[in-house]
Design a protein around this ligand. Structure first.
Ligand code: KG4
Ligand code: ZN
Length: 342
């Protein structure tokens, strides 16, 4: 089965073609980061307009790359939510139109399910069941994953997401938007023990997270220090990163201990963070458990994870339990959509 994947939930237009026999045939992402950087964050209206410009051209490119025509595609998978309403409408309108024109099924995919299943595209791939740590710009969640489509929420952030905390701290250090990757680059040359920052909720006894207090602690520290030289910036970045990674690792380990599962899958943009990766690998190895990560280029938003999740759903699930498979050109988007509810 060959699935065309369309991702347009936020500030990346991602198009990919996944073949259940031959794997990923094509994969293109256009990032709007440079366009939004001037505003310090994503401007939803600009995001929707840019998706309109990119989505058809990238689809044509993906078809050309994989030597396919539309008639070689068996199904279309498109991010139905959660995300920005206008941005989602673009991908879904194109997906529905392609499905209607070619009489192929269109399946709506939950964006986080795409992230969550993306480590299965890596080699070696994890086996079900596993615990998933979803760490993106908008979400921080621990999920118990029994099978494709069977997700139980174990804990989540009560305020900021991990990626949001990275971005806000990076902005305090004058690193621009999105700051996560830039902050973690700075952190590599910083001293992580220079500043003592809080590890919010690390001993809360549950699997929830909170990061807004950590961000406030950095604000207070920056005010206290006044003018920041390069050394201070690197040390703040390293101390912040160590605090956030400590919390993510502690809670992930607790989720594994509570569930008895031996595999942890890490997904979402913050999953690209090297300190998080190394700390998880070490902490899990000590308990005979294994951490799995998506390939680095599939950590942030992309169409490959959507095509892949669509292929898994279409092959693994009975028709009754599939989400909106549309045959008549109708579509909907779900800007707010809890993953545990699918
Ligand atoms: O999953 P994603 O691409 O988009 C959302 O669905 O939110 O995640 C983007 C987030 C941003 O907050 C970005 O700063 C963060 O992932 N991020 C990182 C790194 N690379 C991306 N955070 C920390 N370290 C990184 N290397
Ligand atoms: Zn994402």
């Amino acid at each position: 089965m060959r699935v065309l994947g369309i991702e347009s939930s936020c500030d990346e237009t991602g198009i990919a073609i996944y073949d259940t026999v031959h794997g990923l045939l094509a994969h293109h992402v256009h990032s709007q980061v440079a366009m939004h950087a001037a505003f310090g964050g994503v401007v939803p209206e600009l995001a929707s307009r840019d998706h309109i410009h990119r989505v058809i051209a990238l689809t044509e490119l993906a078809l050309k790359d994989s030597d396919c025509s539309l008639s070689d595609i068996d199904a279309i998978a498109v991010t139905e939510g959660p995300g920005l309403g206008g941005a989602l409408l673009v991908g879904n309108a194109v997906g529905a139109a392609l499905g209607f024109a070619t009489s192929k099924p269109v399946i709506g995919i939950h964006h986080l399910e795409g992230h969550l299943l993306s480590p299965l595209l890596a080699d070696p791939a994890p086996k079900f069941p596993f615990i998933a740590l979803l760490v993106s710009g908008g979400h921080t969640q621990l999920m118990q994953v029994e099978q494709v489509g069977q997700y139980r929420l174990l804990g989540e952030t009560v305020d900021d997401a991990a990626g949001e905390a990275f971005d806000k701290t990076a902005s305090l250090l004058g690193l621009g938007y999105p700051g996560g990757p830039a902050l973690s680059r700075l952190a590599t040359t910083g001293n992580a023990t220079q500043f003592k920052l809080p590890r919010p909720m690390i001993h809360s006894g549950d699997l929830d997270f909170s990061f807004s207090g950590l961000k406030t602690a950095v604000v207070t520290l920056v005010k206290k220090l006044g003018e920041l030289d390069d050394r201070a910036k690197c040390d703040i970045a390293a101390s912040f990163e160590a605090a956030i990674v400590d919390v993510l690792v502690t809670k992930s380990v607790a989720a594994l201990d509570q569930s008895g599962h031996k595999s942890l899958v890490v997904a979402g943009g913050v999953g690209a963070n090297q300190r998080l990766r190394q700390s998880l690998v070490l902490a899990l190895a000590a308990r005979g458990a294994t951490a799995y990560f998506p390939p680095l280029h599939l950590c942030t938003d992309n169409g490959a994870m959507i095509a892949f999740a669509g292929a898994l759903r279409l092959t693994a699930l009975s028709e009754a339990s599939q989400p909106s498979v549309s045959a008549n050109g109708a579509f909907r988007v779900r800007p707010r959509w809890p993953l545990a509810g699918i």
